[in-house]
Design a protein around this ligand. Sequence first.
Ligand code: SF4
Length: 357
Amino acid sequence: MMNKIGETNFKEIKRISPSQFYSMKNCAYKSLLAEAFKKKPLLPLSPNAYFGTVLHKMLELIAKGIVKSEDDFNAEFDKQVKALEEDLKQKGFGFFVPLKVKLRNFGLKKIQLKKHLRSESEKITSLGNIKFVSEKWFESNDKLIGGKVDLVIENGNEIEIIDFKTGAITQDCLDDEGEIYSDVKNEYKEQLKLYAYLYFQNTNKFPTDLSLVDLAKQKFPVEFSQQECKSLFDEAKSLLKSTNDSIKTKSFSANPKQENCKYCLYRPACSFFHKKLETDFSFNDVLGEIKDVKKFQNGNVSLFLQNGNMNLTIKNFSEEEFDELNRNKNKQIRIYNVRNEAKEFVYSATDTTIIYE
Ligand code: SF4
């Protein structure tokens, strides 16, 4: 139950993918940690993120024409969900299973996916001379940037690059007058522009359209100029270089703040984040020295941590955890994925709570 992290052996990142670029720009240290831990997360993903991989795989199979009929769809979808559930159980996340019950919108997302099936099949049969290329790998001449494009539609001189997203594509933004408007997320815009430049390096032609398509089959065009794509491409390469250089100089560029760290699965290995946790109590993670452990009559266990002058209470541990917590009294620990309770400095353990020493 008490997890440990050994020494972090940083390794050079050989290649950056367009989908990774934005995250690397926000915190290059996260990319270095991911590489050091062979892209094996140190914390569980949310069940929605796991399910997202199934949705994306299904879109890929539909785009490739492997899943054509509704029967194909149902059989493949059940197979994918079953495999994911088995994997989750093996990882010790059996509490996410069955996904059908545990995930809100499971049924809705399945119905939305099916809409892709019908329309994509119709498109392919009715527009026979258009070339659909799905899941095509493109990399730069120097191999430093590379990634798989979900779908390229080539119709004479018209070339469209499409990326499928299973979550929200837009976000609310504020205009100069303070009015809220909705716009495609910057990370997705930049990802597509990098694909456009990779396509150009491989074919000597720029795509004419870049689009994002969501589960509900809504299409969001992304405007671009060739110059913009080239600038982002150069920026990505120089970011990769400076990130790799930081391993030698040990002057890492980390950016610990809520929007970067909240979903970072390498938080347990990040000293910058731990420093932040010493004074910032807004995260769903806490650290401190174990001062006391109490077992209540109903079996619930509470843990009392001291972080500097602050006393933190973490409730809702199970009875089985009492002995180990008690054995580790006076030890400095970090607890990830707790729930903030209404009362200040009081938290609760959840299904995904993980302790690192
Ligand atoms: S925890 Fe935050 S600062 Fe640390 S690597 Fe992750 S995103 Fe960067």
